[in-house]
Design a protein around this ligand. Structure first.
Ligand code: SF4
Ligand code: SF4
Length: 373
């Protein structure tokens, strides 16, 4: 048995408390190989979805972070331009990924051409099929676009990203033989089933990137809240990042970073392993976000008799309440058809939707209208 296999089995078998070691004192960089791509990436990467300050990205490069992730659609199509400008002079030393959610081959390839132009690069290292939840969404058209892009030298490796669709997408990506990297939600609210799937993906040679490691954000508790002092002093987000990093099957992570303090906080996580105190903090956070954090599992899709797209609206509310990105959240919410926005859950009792993750669906739908309309 190889050392890495042994360590992964130990991770899967051991209770949480036994996986902890004491924190190191000096920040240092740890790197991992991203599956069969052989790309070497820092264990903590950089998710740019809500970054608006390019100097944070530039300083991340100076600190030594080597993996940056963006998407064609982030920030209304403006994110790639900022990322490209910030990384231009360092491009050859970095691993850069972007995504397209386009349904068809030609549309996806057109997206890629735009991405390369905006990112000021001839190729991206990883190009993800964006945010899929069902195995059937890995269509031949999408896979064909990735094959063509590889042949043309526009991308080095192909990937797929998923939020709550990992139970279908990870096995489908393995089975396809065409996907090199999986970008998946992975955080302390998730059960053991995803760890087994990640183990399978790792054995199949796929690189694994974790996102949504902060489980929707929700760091903004107010003074007077019973959790305020704990969260303020102890830093629950680094604990969440360290939780993800403790899994040896996770090659890198792409937490959203908006300012220099968050950058420093995340950077330090590479040299401070998950601790018993982290576990305590996350237990508090898990309780706090239970009624707020949508796992994007899709179980409620099509259940509302009035046709509310619940996971989408949950995501918009999370961007506002969890990430603190009100403008982006409202912009996306307002793209919903008027007849959808006009549905008021106050007029519909009892709610027909039961969330297996204990969210009060009607309350969160009402929150969306309260915030955005
Ligand atoms: S609201 Fe609940 S059931 Fe619906 S996607 Fe979110 S976690 Fe899943
Ligand atoms: S209360 Fe529930 S069933 Fe009624 S409209 Fe709202 S989400 Fe749909």
């Amino acid at each position: 048995m190889s050392e890495s296999t042994a360590s992964r089995r130990t991770f899967l078998a051991a209770p949480l408390a036994l996986q902890t070691v004491s924190a190191a004192s000096t920040p240092s960089i740890t790197k991992k190989v991203l599956g069969r791509t052989n790309l070497k990436v820092t264990h903590v990467g950089f998710g740019t979805m809500i970054t608006s300050d390019a100097s944070v990205i530039e300083r991340a490069v100076d600190l030594g972070i080597t993996y940056f992730d963006t998407a064609r659609t982030y920030q209304s199509g403006n994110c790639e331009r900022m990322v490209g400008a910030a990384l231009k002079s360092h491009r050859k030393n970095l691993v850069l990924s972007t995504k397209s959610g386009k349904e068809d081959k030609d549309g996806a390839l057109q997206d890629l051409e735009t991405s390369l132009k905006e990112l000021q690069t001839d190729f991206v290292d990883i190009w993800y099929i964006h945010a899929k939840s069902k195995a059937g969404q890995l269509t031949e058209g999408r896979l064909e676009a990735q094959r063509i892009a590889k042949q043309r030298g526009m991308i080095r490796f192909s990937g797929v990203s998923t939020h709550g669709g990992f139970p279908e997408i990870i096995p489908a990506a393995i089975k396809s033989g065409a996907i090199d990297v999986i970008l998946t939600s992975y955080n302390f609210t998730m059960g053991a089933s995803i760890d087994l799937l990640l183990e399978d993906a790792k054995k199949a040679g796929l690189g694994i990137v974790a996102m949504k490691v902060m489980a929707g954000g929700f760091r903004r508790v107010k003074p007077g809240d019973p959790h305020y002092n704990t969260f303020k002093k102890e830093g629950v987000f680094p604990a969440a990042l360290r939780w993800a990093l403790r899994n040896p099957n996770i090659d890198t992570t792409v937490p959203s970073i908006t300012d220099h303090d968050q950058l420093d906080e995340n950077f330090r996580c590479m040299s401070a392993p998950f601790s018993p105190n982290d576990a305590s903090l996350l237990a508090v956070q898990r309780d706090y976000i239970r009624p707020l954090y949508c796992h994007a599992c899709g179980n409620c899709l099509g259940v509302c008799p009035k046709g509310l797209p619940i996971p989408d609206i949950m995501r918009h509310v999370m961007y506002a309440d969890g990430y603190g990105q009100f403008a982006m959240a409202r912009e996306q919410y307002m793209e919903l058809p008027e007849e959808v926005r006009s549905i008021d859950c106050h007029d519909c009792k009892p709610c027909a939707v039961r969330c297996p993750n204990h969210l009060s669906v009607a309350a969160r739908m009402n929150r969306a209208r309260e915030l955005f309309i």
